[in-house]
Design a protein around this ligand. Structure first.
Ligand SMILES: [Ca+2]
Ligand SMILES: [Ca+2]
Length: 82
């Protein structure tokens, strides 16, 4: 039950910051479903994202890219999905 609730909360958060296609890409890349992309998850899902661009996208430098950072990086062109 808790997992469903957090998935719904995450979906609501993502919908507010990401376009639908980008949201789908983010969700499918987030293999462990914690709402953030680790460098490993990003590298697996998006080979076009280098370690440098991942670090640039990680605005708060916590080592992972959340939905908000992902949306910002896409908008800024820091990362591209292909
Ligand atoms: Ca994750
Ligand atoms: Ca971050």
């Amino acid at each position: 039950m808790k997992r469903v609730a957090s998935a719904l909360a995450l979906a609501a958060l993502l919908t507010s910051s990401l376009a639908h296609a980008d949201e789908a890409a983010f969700l499918s890349a987030d293999v462990n479903g914690d709402g953030m992309l680790s460098a490993e998850e990003a590298g697996e899902a998006f080979p076009s994202i280098s370690a440098d661009s991942f670090a640039d996208a990680d605005l708060d430098k916590d080592g992972s890219v959340n939905a908000e950072e992902f949306a910002s990086a896409l908008a800024a062109g820091t990362i591209a999905l292909q």
